[in-house]
Unconditional design. Structure first.
Length: 276
């Protein structure tokens, strides 16, 4: 009983410490977003309470000066095409790898894994030249194409689920005259709903939070996304941290709501894909 009590106490202490590590920065950001510029200049500490907790001036400034409305619109367009393309390309690739026998099949899978191990920064010069040669630089299509073509994790998730679908379903459809694409569209793809939900959430959060690709490939002010819109408040000599924090809260809220509402699909998708 003593060992169990000690073990349980250690578990709760570790969970409390982990929660503090995660929630403390969020608390600092929230408190900072409610402070004025004078309060930020005062030596009150990061966890000092604001004088007026109901003052939302920083949120209005972040939304207007940071052009958050257009940023949310651009982000929604990129999310729609990139996540949709990832689902289609990833599921088709997984279906082809699992169901078809072709030469260099194992080599193709190995090349996918090798490509995932190569740091993206090392290939950015060549990638930039390719994107520019296709005329996609400084447009919304540049991040869309890059996001759709660099996701081995989605292919792996879909591959685990495709392997769990009995081949007898394919054979029965083939006897009825269905071709490979019809089998994929009418049988395999509808059975991939848990995997699709997992990929949509994981990929969507990754695209939503990415700063590097939009900042590099969309330098125009009117093409900003939510991750680059906060960069407008960073000047050469100082930064408006209270406004940046308010913008960060506005950026965090959509992902937090989506995650809390759909978190069971993330866990179920990973667990079912790993156990089958």
């Amino acid at each position: 009983m003593t060992r169990r009590a000690v073990a349980r106490t250690l578990v709760y202490l570790s969970l409390t410490a982990a929660s503090a590590v995660v929630l403390l920065p969020l608390g600092v950001v929230l408190l900072t977003s409610l402070k004025s510029e004078k309060e930020m200049a005062a030596a009150g500490g990061a966890l000092a309470l604001p004088d007026d907790p109901l003052d939302l001036h920083n949120y209005a400034a972040a939304f207007q000066d940071g052009r958050m409305l257009s940023a949310f619109g651009n982000t929604a367009v990129i999310l729609l095409f990139s996540v949709g393309g990832t689902v289609v390309i990833g599921s088709m690739t997984a279906y082809a790898i699992d169901r078809f026998t072709f030469r260099f099949r194992k080599l193709v899978v190995a090349l996918f894994l090798v490509a995932a191990l190569v740091p993206g920064v090392t290939t950015q010069v060549a990638t930039f030249q390719i994107v520019n040669s296709f005329g996609m630089f400084d447009s919304l299509w540049a991040p869309v194409v890059l996001y759709m073509g660099t996701d081995i994790v989605s292919i792996y998730i879909f591959l685990q689920f495709v392997r769990s679908i009995p081949i007898s379903l394919d054979e029965a459809a083939r006897l009825d005259g269905a071709n490979a694409f019809t089998v994929y569209r009418k049988i395999v793809f509808p059975l991939l709903k848990p995997a699709i939900a997992t990929v949509v959430i994981v990929k969507g959060i990754t695209v939503y939070n990415d700063f590097y690709i939009p900042f590099l490939y969309m330098p125009s002010q009117h093409l900003g996304v939510i991750s680059t819109s906060l960069f407008r408040f960073k000047g050469p000599y100082a930064a408006h941290w209270e406004t940046i924090s308010a913008g960060a809260v506005l950026v965090i809220l959509p992902t937090l709501i989506v995650f809390l509402a759909l978190q069971k699909y993330i866990y179920n998708g990973f667990m079912r894909g790993a156990t089958r």
